[in-house]
Design a protein around this ligand. Structure first.
Ligand code: SF4
Ligand code: SF4
Length: 92
């Protein structure tokens, strides 16, 4: 059974003191969504469901803004034609 602790005993968490547009919050992503452009019908359902507004439509194709995408996989789950695949994030 978990031991109850007061707020004074809880470890400090991270807080971003700058605008979210200044802080690249996608850097802890473990999985990366990759869109297969040959399958994408540009229905924008992924845009509708993305909780981070990381799906972009540039007038020609749909792509992911990896600066902010958290890799939650909701877009891949909701894509009706399964054009999005979640792949392991690789960092150099
Ligand atoms: S939901 Fe799938 S088909 Fe629709 S725009 Fe997104 S990637 Fe393309
Ligand atoms: S993985 Fe999550 S945060 Fe990233 S584009 Fe898809 S829905 Fe948005």
């Amino acid at each position: 059974m978990a031991t109850l602790r007061s707020w004074r005993e809880i470890p400090h968490g991270g807080v971003a003191f700058r605008l979210s547009t200044d802080v690249k919050t996608g850097d802890w992503r473990a999985l990366r969504p990759v869109i297969d452009q040959s399958k994408c019908t540009k229905c924008m359902i992924c845009w509708l469901f993305c909780p981070d507004m990381s799906i972009i439509w540039d007038g020609e194709k749909v792509f992911v803004n990896y600066d902010y995408c958290k890799g939650c996989g909701i877009c891949a789950h909701e894509c009706p034609v399964k054009a999005i695949t979640m792949v392991p994030e690789v960092r150099e």
